[in-house]
Design a protein around this ligand. Sequence first.
Ligand code: SAM
Length: 282
Amino acid sequence: MENTNERLKGIVKEEYSKIALQSKGQNETSCCGAGSCGTGTYKIMSEDYSNLEGYNPDADLGLGCGLPTEFAKIKKGDTVVDLGSGAGNDSFVARSIAGEEGEIIGIDMTEAMIQKAKANAEKLGFNNVQFRLGDIEDIPLSSKRADVVVSNCVMNLVPDKKKAFDEVYRILKPNGHFSISDIVLKGELPESIKKEAEMYAGCVSGAIKKGDYLEILSDAGFTNITVQKEKQINIPDEILLNYLNSEQLNEFKSKGSGVFSITVYAERPETECGCEPAAKCC
Ligand SMILES: C[S@@+](CC[C@H](N)C(=O)[O-])C[C@H]1O[C@@H](n2cnc3c(N)ncnc32)[C@H](O)[C@@H]1O
């Protein structure tokens, strides 16, 4: 399991190292920005960020699948952590809301993404936005550091989602909260898709069922779990046919299975039933 997880992370790192060097246009040509599973120009997941205050086109690689900062209730002066920050797209929007007195920390495990994000922050002259190399399964931050956590289209790529959400809980201050946009499934994905590393890096194979996702959040101790937005992602047949034959494709569609983008909100409670923090014993 450990080895499989490390192998999957290696695939993701390799894919996103390439993506970091591509333009938004190149990245938009396939699932979750990974410019490798289609030949046409599709806008499958990405949202339009360009009207958001703080938007920086150099940081937008077309990799998001929601607008978590729109839902994250960020306040002036907040410490906001952006998990899987890529080139900094959501971090810069968060910075425009948290202001000069806020602090923004982006975490990403792909060195090329961190370099790109740091170069963007330097160009903008921001001294309260930092980017750190690190794994979401083991976040390089002390406990109770963040008022708000945001993340955009990343958790589906993390093999151990339970560990990742335990880490989100740990770094949030009591009463802190997150808004995370991500990919989830309804129904089962065909085995042939699940096996494809390319579809994994493209945010599809790593996604889990919506119900299982929400259960991980409540098991981690979060409260007030709310799906703030949900949208079906239509993956063109042309892409699916790279992985399925036409019979399998018809079966997939007829079962009502689907890939969805959701933005989910949850809070770390103020107290944990009188127990030691993180004991979550009730
Ligand atoms: C789909 S991109 C999204 C980037 C950014 N959030 C955006 O919307 O532009 C996924 C990002 O998550 C990072 N990532 C994936 N798994 C990670 C992990 N376990 N720890 C840290 N970063 C991770 C990748 O390196 C990549 O930059």
